[in-house]
Design a protein around this ligand. Structure first.
Ligand code: ADP
Ligand code: TYD
Length: 206
């Protein structure tokens, strides 16, 4: 059986990733593929517990501790969920993956890129998503969209300068890997964005 494809969604908080997850699943199922939706941090019982610790609004961890926990959750996620689903021939759509560690812990919080690369190699060797959609919005747009969130989590409480750095790190990674990471202008209406997601998926993966 052919291996499935691994698709990841990235963007700053409020970019609109979660909005497209279910839609992407329906689209791919319509093309005849089995699809698993998952997210990081999370996706396994351990990962979801780590997610609670990492996103707790009153807890601020050392950024390197944060990075180590993100990659620990990822190791478990790959082993228990992502690799088995791909081996069964399913497509896996993951709300955030390793690009988020480079953008948030690296760009946002200043953890050294060399240390993150060591963790990346340790945890996933050469494994990378087949395709990553980076949904790019301005920090102002993201703030407006999250305006209705009553209990912002630990990251959503960060100041605009933090998110500018995270966005800059995402854009730099997208420029470094233009084949894998597609920059999608997320400031547009949802149907326009989904048209572009569909076009990219049909070209790259069908
Ligand atoms: P994320 O998962 O990236 O944090 P969400 O998908 O939860 O973002 O979207 C945040 C908010 O913005 C939601 O209320 C959602 O309905 C809204 N939203 C998402 N995409 C768009 C868009 N293209 N235009 C307007 N509002 C959007
Ligand atoms: P997210 O799933 O986007 O939260 P929400 O459901 O509120 O949209 O993301 C959780 C947070 O975790 C997000 O602020 C980014 C952060 N994060 C990192 O800092 N590093 C990582 O490696 C990952 C996967 C997420």
């Amino acid at each position: 059986m052919n291996k499935g494809k691994f698709i990841t969604l990235e963007g700053i908080d409020g970019a609109g990733k979660s909005t497209h997850m279910g839609w992407l699943k329906s689209l791919l199922e319509g093309w005849g593929y089995g699809v698993a939706l998952t997210r990081e941090p999370g996706g396994t019982p351990l990962g979801e517990r780590l997610r609670d610790l990492l996103l707790h609004r009153d807890r601020r961890l050392n950024p390197e501790t944060e990075a180590l926990l993100m990659f620990a959750a990822r190791r478990e996620h790959l082993d228990k969920v992502i690799y088995p689903a791909l081996d069964r021939g399913e497509w896996v759509i993951c709300d955030r993956f390793t690009d988020a560690s480079f953008a948030y812990q690296g760009g946002g919080s200043g953890v050294s890129i060399e240390k993150l690369r060591i963790l990346e190699r340790w945890v996933q060797q050469d494994f990378q998503p087949d395709l990553t959609f980076y949904i790019d919005v301005t920090v102002e747009t993201a703030r407006d969209r999250l305006g209705g969130v009553r209990h912002a989590d630990r990251f959503e409480q960060e100041h605009d300068g933090f998110f500018q750095r995270v966005r800059g790190a995402y854009l730099a990674r997208a420029a470094q890997w233009p084949g894998r990471i597609r920059v999608i202008d997320g400031n547009r209406p949802i149907p326009d964005i989904q048209k572009e997601l569909e076009l990219n998926l049909s070209i790259v993966c069908k």
